[in-house]
Design a protein around this ligand. Structure first.
Ligand SMILES: [Zn+2]
Length: 438
């Protein structure tokens, strides 16, 4: 059997033209069938752009997109008869949430050598199945899109997961995937493996020098990466500015963005100077680094909840002066970022067994550092969509966008924790979960 890609059709001419006619007629049969029409009625709808509630609202959906949204009476009147009605009663509807920093391929134990054992003991097939489980948990938690910022040594299993979700083989959020990530040789997990084990798998693609960095980007793009993830530092700056510049150059040429792990002021400045699109973590960002980010329009994805969860789980490990000052500088970074008007997108950084599906804790964590509930919700909707370059498709409930909706009981503006108990999820017009139905 010959697999013919669309771009090859020009070369094959007449034969394919004939085939195309029969395909076109086959398609016209299915497009004659009207796309499924659904009306979602709800007590309250949050317009995340204006920050206001619309009460007694309805959303009209045709196929996978929103056709209209507004007061229930108007929307129902304008919708052709025969539409299926989903009545969510007094619930509050929001756009599907977005997590800009996930690792769906990672279920790493926090035991000693957990990272190394994860690489050593699991096949790539098993890692992919873990990814499918994490994807489902994430979607059921109300996160209908994620930006997955490297797969922690699972080769290209994240591409496979993204594609399998698109094909409807497994349930999960819409994904952008970074594939392997790029780190300076010896500057990312696993550390201090015996030098005798030359082929021990690594958590990222290790490079040394500009040409290796360029090659890594080209390779990852060739295998389906939607964005590129780099490690600008690991406690100290690691990749050089020229190495990162070439990564940005190659990625931007392919219209892909670059996300940089950076926690030190110098690492952040290096990455921003190289032209990256977002700083991941930024926990040690000082005012100068944040001013530079503001000037260049670079996003901050502060990943706070993963730290909060660790503090809650093992408080005894967070009592040293060094740990306290880390927590204080992380708090300061977000406070100053808000004060300067640095763009912020939410990302929860789940990589452990118990973190997938708890993505909404990140919104609560952001409010603990001074963001209002509405700002935190925007960080996980409109801002996140903007960072991903998907603002036309997701991030708000508007005509023309994907029908990605969630519903909760209560008022998330008054109590952000309400978003940790999502009871209804719709993705692309399809109900994923509806706990309102008894
Ligand atoms: Zn991460």
């Amino acid at each position: 059997m010959i697999h013919i890609r669309p771009w090859q059709s020009r070369m094959v001419g007449i034969v394919l033209a004939l085939a195309a006619i029969s395909i076109a007629s086959a398609q016209s049969v299915s497009s004659d069938a009207p796309a499924r029409s659904v009306i979602v009625r709800v007590g309250r709808l949050l317009d995340v752009r204006s920050g206001t509630y619309l009460t007694n609202a309805a959303i009209s959906i045709v196929g996978d997109r929103i056709r209209a949204v507004g007061p229930a009476d108007d929307v129902v009147k304008a919708t052709p008869a025969g539409a299926q009605v989903i009545d969510l009663g007094g619930a509050t509807v929001l756009p599907g949430l977005i997590d800009c920093h996930t690792h769906l391929m990672a279920r790493i134990s926090d035991e000693r050598y957990g990272y190394e054992l994860n690489l050593l003991m699991k096949s790539q097939a098993y890692r992919a199945l873990e990814g499918a489980a994490n994807a489902r948990a994430t979607l059921e938690a109300g996160f209908t899109s994620v930006r997955d910022v490297e797969n922690e040594g699972s080769d290209y299993a994240d591409v496979a997961l993204r594609d399998a979700i698109r094909e409807g083989l497994v349930e999960g959020p819409r994904m952008q995937v970074a594939t392997r990530g790029i780190a300076a040789l010896g500057q990312y997990h696993p550390f201090r493996i015996s030098p005798d084990l030359a082929a021990f798998p690594t958590g990222a693609q290790m490079v040394s020098g500009v040409e290796e960095a360029r090659r890594a980007v080209r390779e990852q793009l060739g295998h389906g990466a939607d964005l590129i993830k780099i490690y600008a530092d690991w406690r100290e700056p690691t990749l050089t500015v020229p190495e990162m510049e070439v990564v940005v150059q190659e990625a931007h040429r392919a219209k892909r963005k670059v996300a940089a792990h950076a926690t030190t002021p110098q690492g952040i400045r290096n990455a921003v100077q190289a032209g990256v699109d977002s700083i991941e973590h930024g926990h040690g960002a000082d005012r100068a680094a944040l001013e530079l980010m503001k000037a260049k329009g670079v996003y901050l994805v502060p990943t706070l909840s993963v730290v909060d969860a660790s503090v809650a789980k093992t408080p005894q490990q967070w009592t040293s002066p060094r740990a306290r000052s880390f927590l204080e500088s992380m708090h300061q970074a977000v406070t100053i970022a808000k004060e300067l008007g640095v763009k912020i997108a939410g990302g929860s950084d789940p990589a452990a067994v118990d973190r997938h599906g708890r993505n909404a804790e990140e919104l609560e964590a952001m409010t603990r550092r001074g963001l209002t509930a509405l700002e935190a919700i925007r960080a996980a909707t409109t801002s996140a969509a903007d960072l991903m370059g998907w603002a036309d498709d997701v991030g708000s409930i508007q005509a023309g966008k994907f029908a990605d909706l969630i519903a909760v009981e209560g008022d998330p503006i008054g109590n952000i924790v309400a978003l940790q108990r999502v009871k209804f999820v719709m993705k692309g017009g399809r109900v994923i979960k509806n706990d309102f139905v008894p």
